[in-house]
Design a protein. Structure first.
Length: 213
């Protein structure tokens, strides 16, 4: 019996992922209003009624996408940061991975940046709290940097987080609006240096900081 339950659970997990992936493609290539459940079901290879066994309605399915994608983002980010101890390098890694993730997931990126980000309903949903998960990872990096003495103590960490994420969101949104023609990866070094120059302790300042205790 236990093996049967596990098999059933795995099948349900796979089926749910199939539906979510189909939804990512359908929503990402049109809009929430234009998308319909029947098209998503057809692309997922399931009956339309099957979708309602996993999601309450079209909005629930739509808002479930970022919750799942954020889990992937955060897990892979942790992998890329594994073994990195210097905060400056962690920030550079974060900037690179953020741009890479959204560049390589264009369907999801269109839905998130062009629809969900400006939706009051989404911002009030439980899914939005899940999306903010990686922003907490950024805050932890900045706090760690302050403890290391490489992030200035006179800057607000929450404001610094908004600055970093705001810059990245702007670059990605601009990329989408311009037809995704350019390679946004070309900006990762410049963006990293902009944030580090703004909130980081400059090398010339470090000796006096250390002498001052």
């Amino acid at each position: 019996m236990p093996s049967i339950s596990v098999t059933t659970m795995n099948k349900k997990t796979v089926r749910r992922q199939q539906i979510l992936q189909a939804a990512v493609e359908v929503f990402g290539r049109g809009s929430f209003d234009e998308a319909n459940i029947s098209e998503i079901a057809r692309k997922a290879g399931v009956a339309e009624g099957t979708i309602y066994q996993y999601f309450k309605n079209k909005q629930d399915l739509f808002f479930s996408i970022p919750r799942e994608k954020t889990k992937i983002f955060s897990t892979e980010l942790d992998f890329h940061l594994k073994g990195v101890t210097d905060t400056r390098e962690k920030i550079r890694k974060f900037v690179w991975y953020y741009l890479h993730f959204f560049k390589t997931n264009p369907d999801y990126t269109r839905s998130l940046m062009l629809e969900m980000r400006i939706s009051r309903t989404f911002r009030k949903s439980a899914s939005y709290k899940g999306v903010r998960r990686f922003s907490n990872q950024v805050l932890e990096i900045l706090k760690e940097g302050r403890d290391q003495g490489v992030i200035r103590r006179d800057v607000d960490l929450y404001l610094s987080r908004h600055l970093l994420l705001g810059m990245l969101e702007h670059v990605v949104t601009r990329w989408l609006l311009k037809g995704e023609r350019e390679d946004i990866m070309q900006y990762h070094e410049q963006l990293s240096e902009l944030i580090l120059n703004g909130v980081g302790v400059h090398v010339d300042d470090e000796p006096s900081r250390v002498q001052g205790g």
